[in-house]
Design a binder for this molecule. Structure first.
Ligand SMILES: C[S@@+](CC[C@H](N)C(=O)[O-])C[C@H]1O[C@@H](n2cnc3c(N)ncnc32)[C@H](O)[C@@H]1O
Length: 226
């Protein structure tokens, strides 16, 4: 079902313009855009400091990134979300709560290479990315080899992907891809809330829904091997 466009979407996006680093795509073809366009972000100018940078891809309504940014005030956060309707909610939240260390990219993750300097991101959070079951859309899974290659360019040496999902098949698929693409995987759990990694866990909007339905949550950390 198509989501209805938010009321006054454009003026509201404009009101959050100071938080928005990129929107849309530089050309129609995503592959061509990723290969041919470069607008590297200057973190020092954006955040006014030289702190470490972390990123959430598919930030949804922004609950996770807002809480994380409050817990880690010395870290700078980039929140990536393709859906404008959704990113608006997240941006308005950051504005309302006056969180200084979060900025947004309203773009598909496919074109992150246009904006993100190599070896500049310490952690990437993938929270409840769409599992896209079946083989037809496998390439669009955010843990497919083509995305892992993008993350490998952005991540610092020893940088990490932290993934959570309710989908066991997607989780098993992701573990396989990490191993195949040169990541070492640790902190693997198929029942996050019952295990040792529950402490300090920030429950996302989707996680709350799945947990309310009694679904266990899978989590792992995939570290880029040097
Ligand atoms: C299932 S929701 C999870 C939202 C949030 N992370 C949570 O856990 O509550 C997945 C989000 O990822 C976004 N998304 C999916 N594919 C994306 C892509 N290629 N680039 C950027 N965002 C994407 C969707 O628009 C959606 O908001």
């Amino acid at each position: 079902m198509r989501m209805r466009k938010k009321r006054n979407l454009e003026p509201r996006m404009e009101a959050c313009g100071d938080l928005l680093l990129a929107r849309g795509r530089p050309c129609k073809n995503l592959k061509e855009a990723a290969e041919n366009f470069r607008f590297p972000l200057d973190y020092g100018a954006i955040f006014g400091n030289a702190g470490p940078v972390e990123m959430e891809i598919g930030c949804g309504n922004g609950g996770f990134i807002c809480e994380l940014a409050k817990r880690q005030p010395e870290t700078n956060f980039l929140a990536v979300e393709v859906c404008t309707n959704v990113v608006l909610t997240a941006m308005e939240r950051v504005k309302r709560e006056k969180i200084p260390n979060v900025r947004f990219l309203n773009i598909p993750a496919e074109i992150l290479p246009c904006y993100i300097p190599a070896r500049s991101v310490g952690k990437i959070y993938l929270n409840f990315s769409t599992p896209l079951p079946g083989s037809t859309h496998a390439r669009q899974r955010l843990t497919s080899p083509r995305f892992l290659e993008i993350y490998k360019q952005m991540l610092t040496w020893g940088g990490e992907i932290v993934q959570k999902t309710d989908s066991l098949p997607f989780f098993e698929y992701s573990l396989e891809q990490y191993a195949l693409c040169g990541f070492s995987v640790s902190e693997v759990t198929r029942d996050l809330h019952a295990g040792p990694y529950a402490e300090g866990n920030i429950v996302t909007e989707y996680e709350a829904n799945f947990t309310a339905k009694g679904l266990p949550i899978c989590r792992c950390v995939a570290k880029l091997c040097g």
